[in-house]
Write a protein that binds this ligand. Structure first.
Ligand SMILES: O=C(O)CCC(=O)C(=O)O
Ligand SMILES: [Mn+2]
Length: 209
């Protein structure tokens, strides 16, 4: 009996629901088993047409600290900070990941923003995925491959702001939904000395793309 319970925890259907205030976070820690996730990581690092994007901050052009690729159905164009991105067509492995995510989440997605964190120097700063194209209460499904990194959340409007953190493991899926993007910010901080790469795929649905 004990052995069965333990085995159950290691399957792709094991779900953890984190209730944080008025927002919902659902984690599938083992969406992909290790061997499959290893293969996906290796394939995506080699095959994806990674781009170095820049942002203009206070008049200065700065390279963002990660590589990216925007992928999806034709027409699911995406805009931020005055940049208009046209998606690359789906890569086979990304499509396989999408289909598994769709099965687990019950939602389909017409695009994915794929981030490549080459080592612990790469990061993403506090933000919410609250662009108009995503709608009011978007479902964002975030798959992690490679190095475990800490994902932090903090409330936008509350003082003092509540904080929450969780470790995103190799082969996991995290679903952010409900009013998460309206009320919370998230970030992936740098990690000193970390050499191992990580890829994160955030599946999104662009409305009126
Ligand atoms: O890498 C992550 O886990 C988060 C990425 C993210 O928040 C984004 O691309 O909007
Ligand atoms: Mn985000």
């Amino acid at each position: 009996m004990q052995a069965n319970l333990f085995d159950g925890d290691e399957t792709s259907t094991h779900v953890i629901k984190h209730s944080i205030g008025n927002a919902q976070l659902i984690e599938f820690p083992h969406l992909f088993e290790t061997a499959e996730a290893n293969q996906m990581l290796e394939t995506l690092i080699a095959d994806i047409p990674w781009r170095q994007e820049s942002l203009r901050i206070a008049g200065k052009v700065r390279a963002i600290p990660r590589l990216q690729c925007w992928m999806g159905d034709t027409g699911s164009d995406y805009g931020y900070s005055g940049v208009r991105l046209t998606p690359y067509p789906w890569h086979n492995t990304v499509k396989v990941i999408h289909d598994r995510v769709a099965d687990s989440s019950g939602s389909t997605f017409n695009s994915a923003l794929i981030n490549f964190y080459r080592n612990g120097e790469d990061s993403v700063a506090w933000h919410a995925d609250d662009e108009a194209e995503l709608g009011d209460s978007p479902v964002i499904a975030s798959v992690s491959l490679g190095a475990q990194r800490v994902f932090e959340l903090k409330q936008k409007h509350q003082l003092p702001a509540k904080k929450f953190k969780l470790t995103l493991r190799h082969g996991s899926l995290l679903i952010m939904s409900g009013t998460m993007q309206q009320h919370w910010l998230h970030q992936l901080p740098k990690v000193k000395g970390l050499q191992e790469p990580r890829i994160n795929l955030t599946f999104r649905n662009i409305i009126n793309g």
